[in-house]
Design a protein around this ligand. Structure first.
Ligand code: F6P
Length: 357
């Protein structure tokens, strides 16, 4: 038999305490699992949850919506985010921060759970440090490049999708004696390329952390073909710096260059074909990697993060982020978690490169 929770009210009124929740940055499989966990834990504690729609934009404008157990029923396996997302940066908008603080107070929110990557959580860390804003964070990104946590949710799904794509491309590569270049996501860090490349048996993996030498890449492929292998799979992160490839200068509110039309895969394929004379084709996986249902592993991680974030908010432990350390869910400071990105270290790349050629 379930017992109705006692509503936790502000001492002098009969109004339940309220947690706001927002998702910012790129969508990511598992966001809805976090939202569901926060709402369920808050409801059990007698608190209400308010959706802040479309990331920080929802506090600048404002855009609020009731979010109860009924609204989150059935969303666990759904990709994307039911409360919308944008890359809004209140620190880049005139009066943006003042609007955030005013709208938060006007809606009588007591705490905010911000789910995001380096940008969304960077804003949360600054608001907490500079204004004492009552916020806790949940680390989200398919790129897995947030420090403070061993893994972010969404990464496992993205790696599974990229690995399946590499497996499929193998059959065409073998049948046509081709070099297949696969461009995967990864703005600053090559985690998706390294993991999917290892899992998919890539012959060359190129990532933002390691400088690229076209002649070396061509030599690796030529040697492999000279050994009787007449096809190769090359995995490259979209954020990899390629010699001679200039950015087009388009940036978002966080100053990030738009990578989708940078043409890393095409440029690399062209350079490989020129140097080796092997028929070369490119596949850009793009947003396919972020779409659809999360893996079981991401659903579980997202759920554990959501419960931890709700617990931190209910306990008033602000300025913290839920994080995975080993197999434990712990709290780490938002300032620490957003201070620097977690890039692929050399020893991880060495695991991948042991199978090159
Ligand atoms: O940060 C996650 C990510 O998917 C990056 O890998 C990628 O560079 C970026 O978002 C793409 O952003 P958008 O969806 O705005 O094109």
């Amino acid at each position: 038999m379930s017992v109705a929770p006692t509503r936790r009210t502000r001492e002098d009124t009969n109004v339940a305490k309220q947690i706001g929740i927002l998702t910012g940055g790129g969508d990511c499989p598992g966001l809805n699992a976090v939202i569901r966990a926060v709402v369920r834990r808050a409801a059990d504690a007698g608190w209400d949850v308010v959706a802040v729609r479309e990331g920080w934009r929802g506090l600048v404008e404002p855009l609020f919506e009731e979010l109860g157990p009924r609204q989150v029923s059935g969303i666990l396996p759904r990709g994307g985010t039911i409360i919308g997302t944008t890359r809004t940066n209140p620190f880049k908008l005139e009066d943006g921060v003042e609007c955030v603080l005013r709208n938060f107070a006007d809606r009588e929110l007591d705490a905010l759970v911000a789910i995001g990557g380096e940008d969304t959580l960077g804003v949360a860390a600054r608001l907490h440090a500079e204004h004492g804003f009552p916020v806790v964070g949940v680390p989200k990104t398919i790129d897995n490049d947030l420090s403070g946590t061993d893994y972010t949710f969404g990464f496992d799904t993205a790696v599974s999708i990229a690995t399946e794509a590499i497996d499929r491309l193998h059959t065409t590569a073998e049948s046509h004696n081709r070099v297949m270049v696969v461009e995967v996501m990864g703005r600053h860090a090559g985690w998706i390329a390294v993991h999917s490349g290892i899992a998919g048996g890539a012959d060359v993996i190129l990532i933002p952390e390691i400088p690229v030498d076209y002649d070396e890449v061509a030599e690796t492929i030529r040697k492999r073909h000279a050994r009787g292998k007449n096809f190769s799979i090359v995995v490259v992160s979209e954020g990899t710096e390629l010699p001679g490839l200039a950015d087009r200068g388009e940036t978002d509110q966080f100053g990030h260059v738009t990578l989708s039309n940078r043409g890393v895969g095409d440029t690399l394929a062209h350079e490989i074909a020129e140097r080796t004379d092997f028929e070369t084709r490119v596949t850009v996986l793009g947003h396919i990697q972020r779409g659809g249902t999360p893996t079981a592993r991401d659903r579980v991680l997202a759920t554990r993060f959501g419960l931890k974030a709700a617990d931190l908010a209910l306990a008033g432990e602000f300025g913290q982020m839920a994080a995975l350390r080993g197999d434990e869910i712990v709290a780490v400071s938002l300032a620490e978690a957003t201070a620097e990105l977690k890039l692929v270290p050399r020893d991880w790349y060495d695991v991948a490169s042991a199978f090159f050629g």
